[in-house]
Design a protein around this ligand. Structure first.
Ligand SMILES: Nc1ncnc2c1ncn2[C@@H]1O[C@@H]2COP(=O)(O)O[C@H]2[C@H]1O
Length: 815
């Protein structure tokens, strides 16, 4: 620990101080950013002098005698910066920090008294050595502090500059930048990523290359990728050219001395394709090793070298054309090109796997075999015909000479004629001419054999393919017939039977199967989930619940969803029923209905809407349906059973909250609608009850109107007049007026017929009966219970009697 020399004015102390200060000077000179006076306010600048030489404490130190201030205490913010500097020497700072503050605090507080009583001369040698040691340590610590101080200052300066720059940025800029940045707050996987359809980020160079060529030249290819499929089609085309044209040109006279260069041109283009395929493409094809796709070019190359395909590829491209130099341009020597048949098979396999209708691909493949066999056969037939001079050489049979009718007679299109002949022989359909010699007999026997076995086999294959393609349809037809037969047996109404038929037909049109789940149940669960997610992606992406909640909820639920189809007008759930399932709309429109006959439509629900969850989760307080739901047209829904939902949702409180919130809003809405409907119903009922036939003016009123003495009363006069007018008008119009004691809603006021009302309310000037309650019977005279005298006298006294109120046009009164 740092020890203050007992007598600071000793020679030793002086020499220490001198060395220390001279070092400070050197350091100060070498500092990159010299400290200002403010930064450098060291408590020691004055105290140190006092401390070391207390006798001079009162004196103003002279420039020469006064030691330079020693920086010991850093400004607090600088200390923070040092802490942030990741430096291995920070440990030293801590240590050095321990040294001085106490000392200088003590000195500042004046508690550290210089021990003047101790004589410097009495310091022992050991003591002086420890002092020297302390001195060295203090110097080191000082140097460290000095350096760190300057680093800290620099860091501090830079941080402040950056901070200022940041603050100086205009808020508009910040806002615009912020608005341009897509919201990243929710780091949730998208629906696409859940089903593994998310595009992975690719390196810009790879993207650029892909843009240019559609593939990466440096990379490897997926064997089922689009690029390789396109390339494979080209290779297959070249193979087919070779496979068909080599026998054709070898037998028929289609390659002549004039056109051979064109044939050769195409030949060598095909050869080029073969070579590119062998040298560039195939070595880049990825393969699977131990369940992992190998993508490294070196590995794929090595793998290709080991395959049998390479050998076939080499054989297929062997330059057999060189034989041409010896035997002439005979294309038959290129027959090794057909060894590329692997490409043909591969292409058909790939098409089979990737086409929506693989049956067509399978039939095409089988048909191509048949055609090729007939093609080759026709080439042989032509060659045989040519060898026998196209029937011009007569043959002897039973002592007679005949012309050979079996051979092609060189008339018409050679290829078509020969093809026809061989097709007829192979399928045993034609009335073929009899062979005339051994070769012809052998040919015919082979052809028939081929017809019987090979063609029967191929035709059988085609039959299987076609029947497989129809199996689903037949199964559906069988089930529908069975169901309709049951309906008939049970004697159901024709309408019901028709609905059953409708359901079957619509389901088939939509799904091409009656049980969608059955198709995928053999797959592993993960794949089933992925499949279900991708198939129903459009619908599920619209379900707000899945958007707002944990995406795992979707994965958990998707396999529990069961598709069902409803017909137009079907009631999916009825208000008051116990809720056992909830639904997600996949297709179609549904209506939330109410009223006695479900005539009121509260809302329409579209694709992606969820309903039926209120009763399922007992959100409304019980497990009863809060509304009835009706299918507007054909609808496909996903049904989720209560147990399934409960099983899953208990792990997703957020989803529960969302469902609850939504349910609360709907319940509120429904309550309002219910109240309104109830009010309208009540009003309609009351109006109905209050209907009177104005032609049958109550006898009592007529009596009052006819009473002589009462004729003096203006009110009664008006009443009489009104009755007469009303009776006349009623007779003319023969209508009933609705009378009611109920105040109408504002919205209904417009519908109110002012003209009709005026004739009743305004002219009669009858005071409205404010508190008339209870039902009014049509048959009962409404005036019978009224104390007429009191009523009339009251009316008489009333100030408003003379003024027909506007309320009379809005309120109609039975009185
Ligand atoms: N106003 C509304 N709008 C949309 N959907 C509704 C409305 N009222 C009720 N529903 C739905 O209709 C469903 C009927 O059955 P639940 O009560 O189980 O759940 C109900 C809600 O999901």
């Amino acid at each position: 620990m740092y020890k203050v020399p007992r007598k600071s004015n000793t020679n030793l102390a002086r020499s220490i101080r001198k060395r220390e200060f001279s070092y400070v000077d050197r350091q100060k000179a070498s500092k990159p950013t010299p400290l200002s006076e403010d930064d450098w306010k060291s408590p020691r600048s004055e105290d140190s002098f006092d401390l070391l030489d207390p006798s001079n404490s009162s004196k103003e130190p002279t420039t020469s005698s006064r030691p330079l201030p020693i920086p010991t205490i850093r400004p607090p913010e600088v200390v923070i910066q040092i802490d942030e500097v990741d430096s291995p020497i920070l440990g030293l700072i801590d240590e050095s920090d321990d040294l001085h503050p106490d000392v200088f605090d003590e000195s500042r507080r004046g508690r550290l008294e210089p021990s003047s009583s101790i004589d410097a001369n009495s310091l022992s040698a050991t003591r002086s050595s420890s002092v020297i040691e302390d001195d060295v340590r203090s110097q080191i610590s000082f140097v460290m502090r000095e350096r760190l101080h300057s680093i800290a200052k620099e860091v501090h300066r830079r941080t402040s500059a950056v901070r200022e720059d940041l603050i100086r940025e205009t808020p508009e800029d910040t806002v615009s930048v912020a608005s341009n940045i897509p919201k990243q707050s929710e780091h949730r996987p998208s629906l696409m990523s859940l089903i593994g359809l998310q595009n992975r980020a690719e390196s810009p160079s790879a993207v650029a290359q892909k843009k240019l060529f559609g593939f990466s030249l440096k990379g490897t290819f997926h064997p089922y990728g689009r690029f390789y499929m396109t390339w494979l089609s080209l290779v297959t085309l070249c193979f087919l050219y070779n496979a068909f044209c080599i026998p054709l040109r070898s037998s028929y006279p289609y390659q002549t001395t004039e056109n051979w260069m064109y044939w050769f041109m195409v030949d060598y283009i095909c050869d080029a394709v073969y070579i590119i395929d062998m040298l560039i493409i195939k070595p880049r094809l990825r393969f699977t090793r131990g369940g992992i796709q190998v993508k490294t070019l070196a590995d794929t190359q090595k793998h290709y070298l080991m395959t049998r395909t390479l050998k076939l590829d080499i054989l297929s491209i062997l330059p057999t054309d060189f034989v041409y130099f010896a035997v002439g341009k005979k294309p038959i020597y290129r027959m090794n090109r057909v060894l590329k048949i692997n490409s043909f098979w591969l292409l058909f396999d790939m098409l089979d796997n990737s086409f929506a209708n693989p049956y067509a691909i399978r039939i095409a493949r089988t048909l191509s075999y048949m055609i090729y066999i007939i093609h080759c056969n026709s080439c042989v037939y032509y060659k045989l015909s040519a060898m026998q001079a196209f029937g011009q050489i007569a043959y002897l049979e039973n002592g007679k000479w005949y012309l050979n009718k079996w051979v092609y007679n060189n008339q018409g299109n050679a290829y078509i004629r020969c093809f026809y002949f061989t097709a007829a022989v192979a399928t045993s359909t034609g009335n073929n001419p009899a062979p005339t010699n051994v070769i012809e007999y052998i040919y015919m026997t082979c052809s028939w054999m081929m017809g019987v076995f090979v063609f029967a086999l191929l035709l059988g294959q085609i039959r299987d393919i076609v029947s497989n393609a129809n199996r689903n349809r037949e199964e559906f037809q069988r089930k529908m017939d069975l169901a309709l037969g049951e309906c008939q047996k049970l004697g159901l109404k024709q309408e019901t039977t028709n609905r059953v038929r409708d359901w079957f037909i619509y389901t088939w049109q939509q799904q091409k199967t009656l049980d969608e789940k059955k198709l995928i149940e053999k797959l592993p669960l993960k794949l089933q989930t992925d499949l279900a997610l991708s198939v129903h992606y459009t619908t599920l992406s619209k379900v707000q619940l899945f958007q707002d909640c944990d995406r795992a909820l979707l994965r958990d639920l998707v396999l529990k969803l069961r598709p069902v189809i409803f017909l137009p007008g079907d009631m999916i759930c009825l208000k008051g029923d116990v809720g056992k399932e909830m639904y997600i709309i996949n297709q179609g429109i549904l209506q939330v209905v109410g009223g006695d006959h479900n005539e009121k439509v509260f809302a329409e629900l579209m694709q992606g809407a969820v309903f039926g969850e209120i009763s399922l989760l007992a959100i409304g307080g019980n497990n009863r349906r809060t509304a009835s739901i009706r299918a507007k047209g054909y609808c496909t829904l996903f049904v989720l059973a209560k147990e399934d939902l409960n099983d899953v949702i208990r792990y997703y409180p957020q989803a529960q909250a969302i469902l609850r919130r939504k349910a609360a809003a709907m319940l509120k809405n429904d309550k309002k609608s219910d109240e309104k409907t109830e009010k309208i119903k009540q009003q309609a009922e009351l109006e109905d009850r209050c209907k009177i036939n104005p032609r049958q003016v109550p006898k009592l009123i007529t009596l009052i109107a006819n009473m002589e003495e009462m004729n003096e009363n203006k009110g009664v006069r008006d009443l009489k007049k009104a009755i007469e007018e009303e009776t006349d008008k009623s007779r003319r119009q023969s209508i009933y007026y609705p009378w009611s004691t109920l105040q109408r809603d504002d919205e209904d006021e417009e519908e109110w017929n002012e003209e009709d009302l005026s004739s009743v309310g305004e002219d009669t000037d009858i005071e409205p009966m404010e508190n008339h309650e209870g039902p009014m019977d049509d048959d009962v005279d409404p005036m019978e219970d009224i104390d007429l005298a009191a009523e009339v006298s009251h009316s008489d006294e009333d100030d408003d009697w003379e003024k027909p109120g506007s309320s009379g046009t809005k309120k109609l009164h039975a009185d």
